[in-house]
Design a protein around this ligand. Structure first.
Ligand code: ADE
Ligand code: ZN
Length: 324
């Protein structure tokens, strides 16, 4: 691991907390909750992390998180992630969770948000590691289900900084959620959405124009549309790019083909993130390292990406100044 990357203060902006469940924790929580898994052991589960595309990953991701039942489970998952990235010099993190993947199994939202939030508060107290929580709608579910989730979140409004949109992208365009995003906007939520991961570049412009998001999660399909790239650069719309995720989900066939440096050279506000690190083989440092080793990114280019993350995060100007 490069000493430059290790010592660089980092900000993470695209992290699904359920994607931090390492096989060891999946089995530990299964034992604690009396759940029998379809895999013999941790290594059998890890061996199944060989994905063809986004959907083949999502199938396993929704399966793995079924071991989460109690407030303590959500705390332990979140705390394990925070301990890990604290060691990697992450100073601020903006975390997604998928409420519907839990409430649809009968877990109350209070249990989910309570456990995650307790860990986030402890990291702030103990290490000064700051955070924001983003509630994501599952785009393969209906608009009505998203409205229902937004309503259920009302008692926790003060703990939720923003709204996101994730899960199966193709066939679930931004337009499906324009009305629920409009309501979330009225309620004061900040807005982001996954777009242009597996889906087309038009989903990126639709997320901006129909959902009125301020950041795009992934967005690598922007390279298919030069006019869109110019717009993203001009409007300084941040892209939360996840290099190892793109490789493991075969969005790119080789790290040498990754568009990160093209996007940076075109003047876009690209940032480095880990997405679902337990499934994609690396946390923040590994993602920076992959850009250096596989794509030839220089220390200067990595530094620019890290500064972009500070620019793109939701801290106040004073808090941002204190990060660097
Ligand atoms: N949920 C968790 N990780 C995701 C990803 N990379 N794309 C879409 N939905 C997700
Ligand atoms: Zn994601």
């Amino acid at each position: 691991m490069s000493a430059f990357i290790e010592q660089l203060p980092k900000v993470e902006l695209h992290l699904h907390i359920e994607g931090t469940l390492e096989p060891e924790m999946v089995f530990a929580l299964a034992r604690r909750n009396g759940i029998t898994l379809d895999y013999a052991d941790e290594s059998a589960l890890r061996a199944a992390y060989d994905f063809r595309d986004l959907q083949s990953f999502l199938d396993l991701y929704y399966l793995g998180m079924q071991v989460l039942r109690t407030e303590q489970d959500y705390f332990d998952m979140t705390w394990a992630y925070l301990e890990r990235v604290h060691r990697e010099r992450v100073r601020h993190t903006e975390i997604f969770f998928d409420p519907q993947a839990h409430t649809d199994r009968g877990i109350p939202l209070a249990v989910v948000v309570g456990g995650i939030h307790r860990a986030l508060e402890q990291a702030q107290r103990q290490w000064g590691l700051s955070s924001r929580l983003i509630m994501s709608f599952l785009r393969h579910l209906s608009e009505e289900a998203a409205f229902d989730t937004l309503r259920q979140a009302e008692p926790f409004r003060h703990l939720l900084a923003g709204i996101g949109l994730d899960s199966s992208e193709r066939g679930n365009p931004p337009a499906k959620f324009s009305r629920v995003y409009a309501l979330a906007r009225e309620q004061g939520y900040r807005l982001v959405a996954h777009a242009g991961e597996e889906g087309p570049a038009s989903y990126i412009s639709d997320a901006l124009d129909l959902l009125r998001v301020e950041r795009i999660d992934h967005g690598v399909a922007a390279t298919q549309d030069p006019a869109l790239m110019r717009r993203l650069a001009r409007e300084r719309i941040p892209l939360t790019v996840c290099p190892l995720s793109n490789l493991r989900l075969r969005v790119v066939q080789d790290m040498a083909d990754h568009p990160m440096l093209t996007l940076l050279a075109e003047g876009l506000c690209v940032t480095v993130n880990s997405d679902d690190p337990a499934y994609f083989g690396g946390y923040m440092n590994a993602n920076y390292q992959a850009l250096q080793d596989g794509l030839g990114a220089s220390d200067g280019e990595l530094l620019q990406m890290a500064l972009n993350s500070v620019e793109a995060c939701w801290l106040s100007p004073e808090e941002k100044a204190a990060l660097v």
